[in-house]
Design a protein around this ligand. Structure first.
Ligand code: ADQ
Length: 469
């Protein structure tokens, strides 16, 4: 069997990963083994990058250490102040500065050069996310002809957003170097096709390839999943009694990175609307919001943190009573076992992104429930996960506080029978397409596409030989 060789910006080096990519890919790598390469800020470096190996995992880990200036221009700069906002439809937050694109492309080139010697002829290469879109093109320049796949964890941007991208033609060169471009949802595949048509003047070929300016892009959707059985087992056995939660308290849970795409202020405003309208009815409800810090040196992230602190104060000031706090807001990472137990303990899972590639929290919440007495998932229509979970979740528009408030009320009053039926449908969906299904189907398709490419290249060579003889 060929070895899996993975690239992503972040590597699993700490004990408690709180990003979706590392959580999902970690499962695959723990099971399958292989090599995982990432990038890392190294304050001790002045200029050149160096590759370091990190022992102690079930798979090989290497990190390209980068000096602060270069890392910041590539990671905080182009990746997270240009590509991330653009891919999430927030062109108002674009912060384009000189030198960032150069740093981004040069880090990709250095990554290819620094790791070329680690690659074996049979390796299957899988590159992840917007930090490394140009990496396949850089590897191809170095003569790498292995199958190379790409998976974008974020949404694919609309053509209106791609128009805001400087050097947009490069996107086409970068994507066409892959044998397969994996996207989260059908919505993203449609967006990619639309961009190819309207921005690059491309067209669909009968075999599914998208041809633009003589280059081909092969794309399909592979909704990422979780390790459903393992997550349920953790949730079942987790003891939350040490977490100091009043056993009588009705709980609604939110778990997100503190990112503007996650719609946290909208979530709080939706709950505020619920309290305005229904606080006197039935059991009192607390929103437990766990929000892990992320990219704190980017200005847009500092703003959202301030907004949330202010909103929490406002809601709690208006509705708290002795022994009751409406919003309990925890701004740090929490151990995954505790998170699983808290999901199970909560009657409602509230997931309100304004746009999200997938959203694994929605799937984790479903997996953690007791099937005989499950909680209700309230889910934004803009999360990629809604394509699969609309079969059982209450779907809301996060921009509309009344939509969120109405769903909270419906969830809190939902009869057991309906909760069980909804949960059952969602459970079937997330078990059918778990994280292992995601890896297997992506890699199978990647192998097929790479074989087709080689066949096409071989016939072209035969034709050229025939013509020249
Ligand atoms: P994220 O936006 O990071 O990644 P998301 O799907 O929201 O991913 O998952 C976050 C993960 O981190 C979950 O496993 C969650 O339990 C964990 N987590 C979040 N906050 C935490 C905290 N405070 N403490 C501990 N754990 C925490 C990107 C895309 C998503 C896509 C994923 C996977 O933006 O749309 O679903 O990749 O492809």
């Amino acid at each position: 069997m060929s070895r899996l060789f993975v690239y992503s910006n972040r590597l699993p080096l700490g004990s408690n990963p709180s990003g979706g990519l590392v959580v999902a890919l970690g499962k695959t790598m723990d099971r399958q083994g292989g090599v995982w390469v990432g990038a890392k800020l190294d304050e001790t470096l002045c200029d050149n990058q160096t590759l370091h190996e990190y022992k102690g995992a079930a798979f090989e880990r290497h990190a390209l250490h980068l000096p602060p200036r270069e890392y910041n221009d590539y990671y905080l700069g182009y990746a997270n102040s240009v590509l991330w906002p653009l891919f999430h439809g927030r062109t108002d937050l674009l912060d384009v500065a000189d030198g960032q694109l150069d740093a981004y492309t040069s880090v990709n080139r250095k990554m290819a050069e620094a790791t070329r010697h680690l690659l074996k002829p049979d390796d299957v290469i899988w590159i992840h996310d917007y930090h490394f879109i140009p990496l396949a093109a850089e590897l191809r320049v170095l003569g790498v002809s292995n199958p190379i796949g790409f998976f974008l964890h974020t949404p694919f941007p609309s053509s209106a957003n791609v128009h805001a991208l400087t050097h947009k033609d490069r996107l086409l060169d970068w994507l066409s170097a892959y044998d397969l471009v994996g996207l989260q949802t059908q919505r993203d595949v449609s967006a990619l096709i639309e961009v190819c048509r309207t921005v690059f003047g491309g067209q669909m070929l009968s075999d599914g390839r998208i041809r633009c300016k003589g280059q081909d892009i092969r794309a399909a959707s592979f909704p990422i999943g979780i390790d459903v059985e393992k997550f349920r087992a953790i949730a079942e056995t987790c003891d939350t009694s040490g977490l100091n939660i009043d056993p009588q308290q009705k709980l609604m849970i939110g778990v997100d990175r503190l990112d503007y795409s996650k719609g946290l202020p909208h979530k709080f405003r939706g709950f505020q609307r619920y309290l305005q309208r229904h606080s006197g009815e039935g059991d009192r409800l607390t929103l437990l919001q766990i929000a892990s810090p992320t990219r704190e040196s980017v200005e847009a992230y500092q703003d959202i943190r301030k907004d949330l602190e202010q909103l929490t104060g406002e809601v709690n000031g208006a509705y708290a009573e002795l022994g009751y706090i409406p919003i309990q807001y925890i701004h740090r990472a929490v151990p995954r076992d505790d998170i699983a137990g808290l999901y199970r303990r909560a009657s409602i899972g509230l997931v309100t992104p304004l746009i999200d590639g997938m959203n694994l929290v929605a799937k984790e919440y479903v997996a953690a429930q007791d099937p005989d007495d499950p909680g209700v998932l309230v889910l934004s229509e803009a999360a990629g996960a809604a394509e699969q979970l609309k079969c059982g979740a209450l779907i809301i528009n996060p921009y509309d506080p009344s939509s969120v408030a109405g769903a909270i009320r419906e969830a809190i009053n939902m009869p057991l029978e309906e909760r069980v039926a909804r949960h059952h449908r969602m459970w079937n969906e997330i078990s059918r397409r778990d994280v292992y299904w995601w890896t297997e189907t992506f890699l199978e398709q990647l192998h097929r596409n790479a074989r087709d490419r080689r066949d096409r290249e071989a016939s072209l060579q035969d034709l050229e030989r025939a013509l020249s003889s």
